[in-house]
Design a protein around this ligand. Structure first.
Ligand SMILES: Nc1nc2c(ncn2[C@@H]2O[C@H](COP(=O)(O)OP(=O)(O)O)[C@@H](O)[C@H]2O)c(=O)[nH]1
Ligand SMILES: [Mg+2]
Length: 367
């Protein structure tokens, strides 16, 4: 229906119609998208991908709107993928939210798209990943992904984003419990929104305490690994006054960024734990500092070479996940269902053992 070559050249020019049409192809899982994705493959990898996650109602959409504005005022082109079906960016918006977003309507440095949560495991869908690639190829400097903030999508965002902002709020007693249960590990930048409300200072203290405990216990959180690497860079910098040869040979070492970080640690204390930023998304208070912190994280990723490492890890995961998805889909066919049922009967009747049946299934899927 669409000419993929013209879509590709449109994407490269940042043409909103071409971007929108390509995302529609992606959402429909139209095979025509494959030619587009293939063609833009060489154009991607330049954008900073930022995930925003946190409980529903914590203010992620409000904050995303303000982040967009702040990044825009810094001259950056920003695209947003909102996965939250109730987000103000979607059709279900209340009037005020619609008006709020219309501010950006005439600005071609901004592109906002809402996406359905259709991942087979309730997580981020393939469409989200592919949409991010289209945004990236379209030359957006920053891509913000707002998650639903519940379930798998909250964890899966780590597999897609370079920097994950974990939004907490006062007044949700269980929130902290959920964070304790491991979600905290996915955060790179920590923010307590609704700082205008009672109890926000307590939440900040609690999160700081958890981060400190994680660092002191030597927990292998991603941020502690990053700060260790930064420490090493700084030590090399102090002793040799030169770049680390090891880091340089990775081809990703950014001397300028390392110096920037060495000179201006972004407000962390002696333990070098991430800062916990209070924000009031409603008014925009704290948003500029939050952007500083997000950008400091990006600079740290670049300086240490962790950006490539992380993207490499994510791609490995994505490949495995996409394969699993294909296999699952093949199991959904009617013939497969019959085959599965027959094999199950064979195991039940002891005509075959379990692994024998599994091997047969594997063989027929491969064929
Ligand atoms: N008091 C206060 N309310 C806020 C703040 N940020 C967002 N809200 C409100 O919290 C509600 C949920 O916000 P929303 O951005 O939709 O949250 P999401 O579900 O995480 O995307 C809305 O009514 C917002 O107006 C804030 O900083 N302070
Ligand atoms: Mg939302």
């Amino acid at each position: 229906m669409y000419d993929s070559a013209s879509l590709v050249s449109g994407i490269r020019k940042g043409d909103p119609r071409s971007i929108a049409r390509s995302i529609t192809l992606v959402e429909r899982e139209d095979p025509a998208r494959l030619a587009v994705l293939k063609a833009i493959n060489a154009d991607i990898g330049h954008a900073h991908i930022v995930g925003i996650t946190g409980p529903p109602g914590s203010g992620k959409s409000t904050l995303t709107d303000k982040l967009l504005k702040e990044l825009r005022s810094r001259g950056r082109r920003v695209a947003v993928a909102a996965i939250d079906p109730s987000s103000p960016f979607t059709g279900g918006a209340i009037l005020g939210d619609r008006i709020r977003m219309q501010r950006h309507a005439d600005d071609d440095g901004v592109f906002i798209r809402s996406l359905a949560t259709r991942g087979h495991l309730g997580g981020l869908s393939r469409a989200t990943t592919e949409t991010v690639r289209i945004f990236d190829a379209a030359g957006f400097d920053d891509i913000i992904i707002e998650t639903v903030g519940v379930g798998q999508s909250e964890v899966d965002i780590v597999r897609l984003a370079d920097t994950v902002v974990l939004v907490s709020v006062p007044g949700l007693g269980d929130d902290i419990q959920a964070i304790k249960a491991g979600v905290m590990e996915i955060g790179d930048v920590f923010c307590v929104n609704k700082a205008d409300r009672d109890g926000s200072e307590r939440v900040i203290r609690e999160i700081r305490a958890m981060l400190e405990a994680a660092v002191m216990n030597g927990a292998a959180t991603r941020f502690s690994a990053l700060y260790q690497a930064l420490d090493q860079l700084k030590a090399v910098d102090r002793t040799e006054g030169q770049s680390s040869p090891r880091a340089s040979s990775s081809g990703l070492f950014d001397q300028g960024a390392a110096h920037h970080i060495a000179r201006q640690p972004p407000g962390h204390d002696a333990l070098e734990i991430p800062a916990v930023i209070p924000t009031t998304a409603e008014t925009g208070d704290g948003v500029s500092r939050l952007v500083d912190e997000i950008k400091a994280h990006e600079a740290a990723l670049v300086a240490t070479g962790f950006l490539r490492l992380r993207r490499h890890e994510n791609l490995s995961w994505e490949l495995g996940n996409a394969l699993a998805d294909r296999v699952l889909r093949r199991l959904e066919g009617e013939d497969r269902k019959i085959e599965l049922a027959d094999l199950a009967s064979a195991v039940l009747d002891k005509r075959k053992d379990f692994y024998e049946a599994l091997g047969i299934l594997e063989g027929s899927l491969a064929g």
